[in-house]
Design a protein. Structure first.
Length: 179
């Protein structure tokens, strides 16, 4: 099973970010744009995992002791890539989000899970292989990012798989944060 730990969002957030994806798509020559229902914030990409390890992952999730917290959308960015860039929305710096990421990563590594070894850049991927129309620039699009405050109160273990040839992210376990 291809798995990752992440945060999913309520419909109103998906609608708002979906509008940003629509504007990006409208101002692009080409791209592979994220389906609104697939929007998520990755905390830890686990990759191909044996089903028997789900119990250990769930134990790690449940060992996280955090209260709900709020994050805010901040900026439109891109990672350069051959054949078109990866466009994303980033978040304002959040000590709670960073702590959640670091604690999950530390506990996963301690239990033998292999994680990517690069700085954590929390973001929502809007599209891959995107080539913007030359009449528009990222700064102009960035001004249209919704000013959203998003409460984080759950962590999900999510399966990445294809359903009828469509990439689908299905939450299979959940950890509610304490209040």
């Amino acid at each position: 099973m291809r798995l990752f730990l992440g945060i999913t969002f309520q419909e109103e957030i998906l609608q708002e970010v979906g509008q940003t994806i629509h504007r990006l798509k409208k101002n692009s020559i080409k791209g592979n744009f994220t389906r609104k229902k697939n929007l998520h914030l990755t905390l830890a990409f686990l990759g191909e995992i044996d089903e028997r390890q789900i119990i250990k992952i769930e134990e790690i999730m449940n060992s996280i002791d955090m209260n709900p917290f709020v994050i805010e959308l901040d900026i439109l960015g891109k990672f350069r890539s051959r054949g078109g860039d990866i466009y994303w929305i980033g978040f304002k710096e959040s000590a709670q989000l960073q702590r959640l990421y670091e604690e999950l990563s530390r506990k996963l590594r301690k239990n033998g899970f292999l994680l990517e070894d690069r700085p954590y850049t929390p973001h929502l991927t809007l599209g891959r292989k995107v080539i913007l129309d030359e009449k528009i620039d990222i700064e102009t699009l960035s001004k249209e990012i919704p000013n959203l405050q998003i409460e984080i109160s759950e962590i999900h273990l999510i399966q990445s798989h294809r359903v009828d040839e469509v990439l689908t992210y299905t939450p299979i376990r959940i950890k509610l944060m304490q209040n």
